[in-house]
Design a protein around this ligand. Structure first.
Ligand SMILES: Cc1ncc(COP(=O)(O)O)c(C=O)c1O
Length: 379
């Protein structure tokens, strides 16, 4: 069946980004790319294989269904589930040999009870709250919690983790520094009580790239494994202060085709809400993509690329359709390819550019592209 839109994923770009991370960490540091949210929209299983072949050691996902899909596709590396696993699903997570994040007694009790019937030692990573105030156990409860887990013979406390709240969207890193101090203190308190946890980790992309002291024994970068900077602030900080050799290559190209071309007379409205009125006879191309596919409805001032030229969006983004002006691209015809995100000749539309039009961040732009749209690996 003909596709109405599709995403091409550059294998070499993904490989390059993993190599970039491999180059900034020691050989002993575990590289655990974050491939939740359909690998940030890049295709879970396809991306997993490329990352592992390029130097990744582990993979991290958000939910059990993602871990299950990796196992079903024969991926046997350690898979760390970052998000909540419902108590009734713990047995399945253990069966799939997943590594689990823990921060509450109910989960530990369920793992302990379930693991009794398994020959496995279940590996858990304790998440400590250091200032993001979402998932994690408070530092003053950490020691008792770890001591409690240690009583279960079939549970191994392999990791201690935390997550930064404000490391990418700012050049003021004081909150991240505070979190790092709290993390180090929590870890030192455990050590002082004779509780050594081998893998400490807290670094997302921004932390791993610009703060070597956050890398510890493992890093969990997400966005930059796909070739995107976490923010302009991180890119600028890296360029100005670190001036290293770390280069990212975006891997994501979203394409569609023109389904209809028409000329709309001057003074006519285009689309729902009559938000755009033509100022001249307008050659219009209709594209079979809309907000259902993940193209943000809030975008009005953006453009797409047709024959390597900018074709401005006219009128509102519909559920399944976008209208663009091609008056100045006379060679455009029905079924010609259109770039929604990506490069064409000298022009390019980055995820960051689309994020700016939609008043959001690059993370949301690629993860929002509907999973139903095919991801095709290209060299
Ligand atoms: C717990 C955790 N670790 C790592 C990451 C990766 O972060 P980034 O994509 O900023 O590198 C995320 C992403 O949200 C996360 O939630």
């Amino acid at each position: 069946m003909e596709k109405l839109s599709w995403v091409e994923i550059s294998k070499s770009a993904l490989q390059n980004n993993i190599i970039q991370f491999r180059n900034i960490i020691t050989a002993h540091t575990i590289l655990c790319p974050c491939i939740k949210a359909n690998a940030y929209g890049h295709g879970l299983v396809e991306t997993a294989g490329i990352f592992l072949n390029s130097g990744a050691d582990w993979l991290s996902v958000n939910a059990l269904y993602e871990a299950k899909s990796l196992r079903q596709h024969g991926i046997n590396c350690p898979v760390y589930i970052l998000g909540y696993v419902p108590l009734k699903d713990i047995a399945e997570a253990i069966d799939l040999d997943c590594t689990l994040v823990v921060y509450d007694y109910d989960t530990i009790n369920m793992i302990g009870e379930t693991a009794k019937h398994s020959s496995r030692t279940v590996r858990v990573h304790v998440k400590v709250e250091t200032g993001t105030n979402r998932q994690g156990i408070e530092p003053d409860k950490l020691l008792n919690f770890v001591q409690y887990i240690k009583k279960f013979k079939n549970i191994g406390v392999e990791g201690l983790s935390t997550h930064f709240a404000n490391i990418e969207g700012t050049t003021d890193h004081s909150h991240a520094e505070l979190q790092l101090r709290r993390f180090n203190k929590a870890s030192a308190e455990l050590e002082a009580s004779g509780l050594h946890i081998p893998l400490k980790h807290c670094a997302n992309s921004a932390a791993a790239i610009i703060f070597p002291e956050t890398r510890f024994q493992m890093i969990r970068p997400g966005i930059s494994c796909y070739g995107m900077w976490p923010s302009n602030e991180t890119r600028e900080y890296y360029t100005e202060k670190i001036q290293g050799n770390f280069h990212l290559t975006p891997a994501f190209t979203w394409k569609t085709k023109i389904t209809q071309i028409k000329t709309v007379p001057k003074g006519e409205y285009i689309g729902y809400g009559c938000t755009y009125k033509t100022t001249h006879n307008t050659r219009l191309a209709v594209l079979p993509v809309g907000y259902y596919d993940g193209y943000d409805r809030g975008i009005s001032g953006g453009h797409v690329l047709v024959h390597g030229e900018k074709a401005p969006i006219r009128g509102r983004i519909c559920m399944n359709i976008i209208m663009v002006e091609i008056t100045d691209i006379p060679e455009a015809k029905t079924e010609d390819e259109v770039i929604l995100i990506g490069k064409d000749g000298n022009e390019a539309i980055s995820a960051e550019q689309v994020a700016e039009w939609a008043d959001t961040i690059n993370y949301e732009v690629t993860t929002r592209v509907n999973d139903r749209i095919p991801r095709i690996l290209v060299e």
